[in-house]
Design a binder for this molecule. Structure first.
Ligand SMILES: [Zn+2]
Length: 537
């Protein structure tokens, strides 16, 4: 009965834990690392082909993104998750494979030209299809027997459609233990989704700590009011509202609020305004939301469903799918809303819409999600006056607004509240899925406020659950810093230029005594060259 921490240990992405019990090997999540990470993840200590089950808390790629790679490397077992997560994985894992293939193809075009070795995609669409075929979905609250002595149950944790915490009961040689994995714990009072469900009993808890050091604040932002104001002001100027949005989750929230704005007639002067969702993934995700409403929507959203209305659909909603449809949007001069991906403007169709709207002072670019440092989205929020898109310099004249969204993650108080729901004394809490310092701080907060043992393992850390013994705290192996070859190359180039000039001077000195005609020709050539490169102020 052993638990090993592989990913999202002192980090926020790449969630992956290995549970070994009763001769079975079970992974809880198998996520991709995204963005800059501090530490190397330890290799899985078992062969992929020997893993029996993957239990998936939710569909976000930092929890699910390496499942196709597991299949590529020989995983033959079963993936157990909720119905909604299975449906979201069906579109998100294919999309992730498509990104991998696209990136490999892009690199290979370069590699072929320079005769370098070809690059293999991390995994292919076929690997994603193989993974999807291995999913056995179950209902929230349903106890599933994985094998003799191992039972699991998925409970709604209110972070994303289908998201769950996972309870696992293990009986091994007459010793019984229960371990609960929180998954990503949702925030309270989000639109569409339910609040996180409390679990009452466990011996061990593995909990995320994304906001383990922060409070979201008492006052909830007036999302609807702010959104309405931005739409009214932009439409009055005759401009478009362009919203870069994550396809799954945030886009559906936006549709939910726009439906409400329309239903309450909050914009009577622009009642018929049109809303284009220009992202195939967002459209598919919206269909998955609609399909799984009954098991996942909160009371308010269900009331709307019960009245015969789809809470994500309204008059004026236009779904564009082909890239031709996408281009046509910009020929329509009526003020409108355009929702498109990617959320941080780094790729996708949103870049076309930015090209057509950033230079227009009457338009608004409305950010609804977190923008990482270095992304185009972040540059716009930080006040860039011009940006480059498709090789063209575009002036930023549009209004740049940020709608302070409702975070999908519980804050420190929310996480502690969820833990306080346990009625049994917890033998050990393991803190994962947080930034380096935050995991330790949150572990300390648990010890101080709840009096339970808590610690944040590094990758490779492992625990004997039968005896509650920490076998290893894991090893913080720092990621190697990437070299910056560009700068080195440019320095070399300058040095080569200086050397070339020295050679030129040597050659010039050797020319003494040559015919005047030849000397004049040589001098003319040098003057032409220097005129070409002598930049005048
Ligand atoms: Zn998540």
């Amino acid at each position: 009965m052993k638990l090993t921490f592989i990913g999202a240990a002192h980090e926020v992405t790449g969630s992956c834990h290995l549970l070994e019990a009763n001769g079975k090997k079970i992974l809880i999540d198998c996520g991709m690392e995204q963005g800059p990470d501090l530490y190397e993840n330890q290799k899985l200590p078992v062969a992929e082909g020997d893993v029996d089950f993957i239990l998936l808390t939710h569909a976000h790629i930092d929890h699910s993104g390496l499942i196709p790679l597991m299949c590529k490397h020989g995983f033959k077992g079963e993936i157990v998750t909720t119905f909604a997560t299975a449906d979201l994985c069906n579109i998100m894992l294919r999309d992730s494979a498509h990104i991998q293939e696209f990136e490999a193809e892009w690199r290979n075009r370069k590699a072929r030209r320079s005769g370098k070795e070809l690059y293999e995609p991390l995994y292919t669409t076929q690997d994603a299809i193989d993974a999807i075929a291995k999913i056995s979905p179950c209902d929230y609250g349903q106890k599933v027997e994985l094998s003799s002595g191992i039972q699991v149950r998925f409970t709604d944790i209110g972070h994303l459609l289908g998201s769950a915490s996972i309870e696992i009961w293990i009986t091994e040689d007459d010793v019984e233990k229960k371990i609960v994995f929180s998954g990503d714990v949702g925030n309270v009072e989000q639109p569409i989704l339910k609040n996180p469900t409390i679990t009452k009993e466990a011996d061990y808890v593995v909990i995320e700590s994304t906001y383990g050091d922060r409070l979201h604040g008492e006052e909830r932002p007036d999302y609807l009011g702010e959104f309405t104001r931005i739409l009214r002001e932009t439409f009055s100027r005759g401009g478009n509202v362009v919203i870069p949005s994550f396809a799954v989750g945030r886009t559906q929230e936006i549709l939910y609020f726009i439906r409400e704005i329309k239903e309450k007639n909050l914009l009577p002067d622009f009642a018929g305004f049109e809303v284009y969702v220009d992202s195939p993934l967002a459209i598919e995700a919206t269909n998955v939301f609609t399909k799984n409403g009954r098991s996942c929507f909160d009371e308010d959203a269900m009331k709307i469903v019960a009245s015969g209305v789809n809470p994500l659909v309204f008059p004026g909603l236009k779904l564009s799918v082909t890239s031709e449809d996408s281009k046509l949007i910009n020929f329509d001069t009526q003020p409108k809303v355009i929702v498109s991906a990617s959320g941080m403007c780094e790729a996708g169709r949103i870049r076309h819409h930015l090209k057509h709207n950033l230079w227009r002072p009457e338009s608004t670019i409305l950010f609804v999600g977190y923008q990482s440092v270095g992304t185009l989205g972040r540059k716009l929020i930080d006040g860039a006056t011009e940006v480059k898109l498709f090789g063209e310099t575009i002036e930023v004249a549009a209004q740049i607004e940020t709608l302070k969204g409702i975070s999908g993650h519980a804050d420190k108080a929310g996480l502690l509240d969820w833990l306080k729901g346990f009625e049994s004394k917890i033998q050990h809490v393991f803190v994962v899925h947080g930034e380096d310092r935050v995991t330790d701080m949150f572990a300390q907060a648990i010890e101080e406020e709840l009096g339970w043992n808590a610690f944040a393992p590094y990758s490779g850390g492992c625990v004997d659950l039968r005896t509650n013994t920490i076998l290893s705290k894991g090893i913080p192996v720092a990621k190697k810093k990437e070299q910056k070859p560009v700068k080195v190359r440019s320095e070399n180039a300058f040095n080569r230029l200086v050397l070339a000039c020295k050679r030129l001077m040597t050659v010039v000195m050797k020319c003494e005594g040559m015919a005047n005609k030849d000397l004049a020709k040589f001098e003319g050539q040098i003057q032409n060259l220097v005129d070409k490169w002598d930049v005048k102020d």
